[in-house]
Design a protein around this ligand. Structure first.
Ligand SMILES: [Zn+2]
Length: 224
């Protein structure tokens, strides 16, 4: 990430009144942050429905509110890339298919997080949709994929559990939609998202899912 050069000398700043109190409050907020995050993941919200004709649901359970920490062309790791979305979520959060299709590929054998290198193996589930596009769900936890290749998946099926594996700074789900080169690529448009009528989520906003669980493949799976 590029850092802006500061041209103002630090001596030009004044210390605001009550700053020691503010410092105390900041420290308190920092200490309470894990608690706030844990509580936030337990609360259920009412999702907004903007357009039921759109093809995508958010890839997490109905009533969950998740922060989009990076969207398409994001400055951290999505610059110059396609339709990519990073939703902040605790490890082992169920991941729901945003759109139905057939499982194309699965990788969940890796367990390492390496945020500072680019050559780092990542776990994922890839689902081929009927329109030729592919939805990929990245950074899933080790051995957490619950669907084998060629399995038919419906929108709302639980397919894996989220993680923090690969090039990842925080526990999150990276969801992306890929298109074949010879096909016009359309951004995924979500039922629960407004953003000027586009349905495409915007970085820094929280979105509540309306994706109702159909089949929980993680429940029925017997692991080796
Ligand atoms: Zn990402």
């Amino acid at each position: 990430m590029a850092t802006k050069k500061l041209t103002i000398s630090i001596s030009e700043y004044t210390v605001p009144k009550g700053s020691s109190n503010m410092q105390y409050k900041n420290k308190l907020n920092f200490l309470l942050m894990p608690l706030i995050l844990m509580t936030a993941s337990c609360v259920h919200y009412v999702p907004a429905i903007y357009n039921t004709e759109r093809e995508y649901h958010l890839p997490y359970s109905k009533g969950d509110s998740r922060l989009l920490i990076q969207g398409p062309n994001g400055i951290f790791s999505h610059r110059g890339r396609g339709f990519e979305f990073d939703f902040l979520m605790p490890i082992n959060t169920p991941i729901l298919a945003a759109k139905g299709g057939v499982v194309l590929a699965v990788e969940d054998s890796f367990g390492k997080r390496c945020p500072l290198t680019k050559n780092c193996n990542v776990n994922f589930v890839a689902i081929q949709h009927g329109d030729g596009s592919i939805g990929r769900y990245l950074h899933i936890n080790q051995y957490s994929a619950c669907v084998p290749s060629t399995q038919n998946i419906e929108q709302g099926d639980i397919i894996a559990l989220s993680g923090n594996v690969g090039v990842s700074l925080l526990p999150h789900l990276h969801f992306e939609v890929l298109w074949p080169k010879d096909v016009e690529a359309n951004p995924p448009s979500f039922i629960e998202v407004d953003h000027r009528g586009s349905g495409v989520p915007k970085t820094g906003r929280r979105y509540v899912s309306a994706n109702a669980i159909k089949i929980d493949h993680c429940k029925t799976l017997s692991r080796p």
